[in-house]
Design a protein around this ligand. Structure first.
Ligand code: CP
Ligand code: NVA
Length: 306
């Protein structure tokens, strides 16, 4: 296993299954892991805002016996031209792990290349792997076996779409991405997800028709139409994404017992209707809770005492 946690496509299905099993164990019996990262420090670099990632990592490392150190955009010297490489080398002399939320994915790769300690990706413009481990844990809790299930993502072919494609394919799921024209996921990600799916019995379906994407889905998932850093495009995106709101009519294409998921933060009346996210099919707060358990598993595997 790599020292770092950067993209789900770096993992084998077996490695991901082990992380999910550990996350379930930690959720069931957190006290058994109270010393798993005793005395360790996790540096948490944030170039963007965060509620879930920040609080669940800081709380998570504390519950494992360690401490988290929040390093916001103005706290360190990156914005004054200190290189990522030097930042990684210096932090490695003080801390036992680095979690980072960045704009350009290359920043995560550079951190990992120059840090001697594990680097965990807390979201980049390219992907959001921690979120999808928590998502898979949630789907397993709600629906049981993952293999053979249909996971439909409706909306922007963004960082969330990319990690869902990798995570779903690894677990032998059918992943459908329904996106408006011009907002497709990265073709290289789709190709790689198809290669993975070919080895796991999964499948990948890409469509511009959300109703077709949602047909027979076990999981319907959406995300904001304008991601962090795209605030200027918000008005234009509202127009381009018309017809892609996940509302009750959209959910009616899915299986009757389908669950609704969202990584949050959500915008009711844009990518999802209140009737769905606040309705009986929604599991979004269990999903948010599982960020804590899933990330504790990711930290224990990489930073924990052996
Ligand atoms: N889902 C998620 O990563 O939320 P935050 O941006 O609040 O961390
Ligand atoms: N696509 C969203 C995900 C937030 C968790 C963003 O990058 O802002």
């Amino acid at each position: 296993m790599s020292k770092d946690f950067i993209a789900l496509s770096d993992l084998s299905p077996e490695q991901l299954r082990r992380t999910l099993a550990l996350a379930a164990q930690i959720k069931l019996n957190p006290r058994a892991f109270a010393d798993a990262c005793k005395g360790q420090t996790l540096a948490m670099i944030f170039q963007k805002p965060s509620l879930r990632t920040r609080v669940s990592f800081q709380t998570g490392i504390y519950q494992l016996g360690g401490q988290g150190l929040y390093l916001g955009p103005k706290d360190i010297q990156l914005h004054r031209g200190e290189s990522i490489a030097d930042t990684a080398r210096v932090l490695s002399r003080y801390v036992d792990g680095i979690m980072a939320r960045v704009f350009g994915h290359q920043d995560i790769l550079d951190l990992a290349a120059h840090a001697s300690v594990p680097v965990i990706n807390g979201l980049s413009d390219y992907n959001h792997p921690c979120q999808v481990v928590a998502d898979l844990q949630t789907i397993q809790e709600k629906l049981g076996d993952l293999a053979g299930r249909k996971w439909t993502y409706v909306g922007d072919g963004n960082n969330m779409a990319h990690s869902i494609l990798f995570g779903g394919a690894l677990m032998g799921m059918t992943v459908a991405v329904a996106h408006p024209r011009g907002f497709a996921p990265d073709p290289e990600v789709v190709t790689r997800a198809r290669e993975i799916a070919a080895t796991t019995g999964g499948a990948v379906q890409i469509t511009e028709d959300p109703a077709e994407g949602c047909t027979d889905a076990d999981v319907v998932y959406t995300d904001v139409w304008a991601s962090m850093g795209q605030e200027d495009e918000h008005a234009e995106r509202l127009k381009r994404f018309a017809g892609f709101e996940v509302n009750a009519a959209m959910m009616a294409h899915a299986r009757p017992r389908a669950i609704f998921m969202h990584c949050l933060p959500a915008h009711r009346g844009e990518e999802c209707a209140a009737e769905v996210i606040d309705g009986p099919q929604s599991v979004v707060f269990d999903q948010a809770e599982n960020r804590l358990h899933a990330q504790k598993a990711i930290m224990v595997e990489r930073m924990g005492r052996r």
